[in-house]
Write a protein that binds this ligand. Structure first.
Ligand SMILES: [Zn+2]
Length: 443
């Protein structure tokens, strides 16, 4: 009942006015959030069990009677995982007619995940995203350019939906080489840029030599960014850089930074976030339930991202909206960096047939200045030549993972090679294939 009243008030009284929503945001009493979440959660369970073959089957298998479920915790060990999305036909999840489709850049497996939405859902996402951008100072008179990658990814569509609400002038540059971007954006007087972090660093290096232009702010998405790198780019551009955090599964948006630049505000009315397997410091895996989606809702989806809730209230107008801390890492072995979303599997398909190396290898992602370096630690077989191994690896990246090769040509990361004698890399029973050695740089 409460959630219905809130939705009606939302639709008819507040409507689509972004400034009005932002003005009202500080007056949303935090105490109503859990009540609305619970009501919407129960309604969602009824919805998916009547429409989604996947959830109907899974609830039955798990012996769950949804009539007795009040909150996400009542579902115990019931979760939806990335594996579920990969191993079941997307149609099994659908509860409504899909109109927009996206795909994750899956590198933990050779199967990509497909995520579907309706246009209405995209528009709703834009309305809520617009409030976050308004909170950062974005106004209709601002001039926006984005250099997001449009291939199967929904973050640029989230941005476009938000700009539809705000009415800013907008040009899509897409992910072209930063030098070309630099030349082509001249004359437009853009004062807000939406970009990916690794790409921004290359652009910043060009601008350092050739000059920057006045900006209101820069917004980044798609990857994490270390605080040191953020400070470096902020100093060069003399502006603030804000980060967004999302997944394809959430239409590119889970939370957004505010002027405080500390944590991502989440939209508790549409996304029910939980942190599971918490360590003593409060960090654990983020699990979320989409509370308002009609086409492909997800119940307790395991994000694999490690974060925690920030307890202290924020100083901005969104203080009623809880904040998630910056992502600390992934619960599986995936590593996000300038080369792409990496996993051990990603490198297996590169290194498995390179002549002259043993089956033992390791890849380290290290930070060199502001760049990611992908360091291949390989055991060189007797009489093999290091040069031909290097060329073998590089040519396989070029041929088999063109997206990564493109990032390499854009100078978003560098290669390094270290060679060892056969049998020396492995010290224990298991050899860790992929190690993110930039961890400390995130803090
Ligand atoms: Zn805030």
């Amino acid at each position: 009942m409460l959630s219905k009243i809130a939705e009606l008030a939302d639709d008819f009284l507040i409507g689509s006015s972004v400034p009005l929503r932002a003005r009202l945001a500080p007056y949303v009493p935090a105490s109503i959030v859990p009540k609305i979440q619970r009501e919407k959660f129960q309604r969602l369970l009824r919805y998916v069990s009547s429409r989604s073959p996947f959830y109907r089957r899974r609830f039955k298998e798990a012996g769950i009677d949804i009539r007795g479920v009040r909150s996400p915790e009542d579902l115990g060990e019931f979760f939806t995982t990335a594996r579920d999305l990969r191993e079941n036909p997307v149609e099994e999840f659908l509860c409504g007619r899909p109109e927009l489709g996206f795909q994750t850049i899956g590198t933990t497996s050779s199967t990509n995940k497909r995520i579907y939405f309706s246009r209405r859902e995209a528009a709703d996402m834009g309305r809520d995203g617009a409030i976050g951008l308004y909170n950062l100072g974005l106004r209709p008179e601002d001039r926006v350019v984005d250099a997001f990658d449009y291939s199967f990814w929904n973050a640029p569509f989230t941005l476009r939906a938000a700009l539809d609400r705000l009415g800013c002038f907008h040009v899509t540059a897409a992910k072209i080489p930063p030098a070309e971007f630099y030349d082509r954006v001249k004359g437009y007087s853009f004062n807000v840029m939406f970009v990916e972090p690794s790409w921004l660093i290359v652009l910043t290096e060009i601008a350092r030599v050739r000059g920057t232009w006045p900006l209101k702010f820069i917004y980044t998405g798609g990857e994490n960014m270390s605080e040191a790198t953020r400070r470096y780019a902020e100093a060069e551009w003399k502006t603030n850089i804000y980060m967004g955090y999302g997944q394809t599964e959430t239409f590119g948006q889970i939370g957004t930074e505010c002027p405080a630049q500390r944590g991502y505000h989440v939209d508790d009315f549409n996304l029910c976030c939980e942190i599971i397997d918490r360590a003593e410091d409060g960090y654990g895996e983020l699990v979320y339930t989409t509370l308002s989606r009609q086409v492909m809702p997800l119940v307790r989806y395991r994000s694999t991202d490690i974060t925690k809730f920030l307890d202290e209230p924020c100083t901005c107008v969104l203080r009623a909206a809880r904040r998630l801390a910056k992502i600390r890492g992934r619960s599986d072995e995936m590593v996000n960096c300038g080369m792409g979303n990496l996993s051990p599997w990603f490198f297996e398909r590169l290194l498995d047939d390179v002549p002259g190396i043993t089956r033992d290898w390791q890849v380290g992602v290290v930070r060199t200045g502001n760049h990611d370096t992908i360091e291949f630690r390989l055991e060189l077989a007797d009489s093999a030549a290091a040069d031909s191994v290097v060329e073998g690896v590089r040519s396989r990246v070029r041929e088999r993972i063109p997206d990564s090769w493109r990032n390499y040509e854009l100078k978003l990361f560098e290669f390094a090679f270290r060679f060892a004698s056969p049998g020396t890399l492995r010290s224990g029973r298991k050899l860790r294939r992929l190690i993110d050695e930039r961890t400390r740089a995130w803090e």
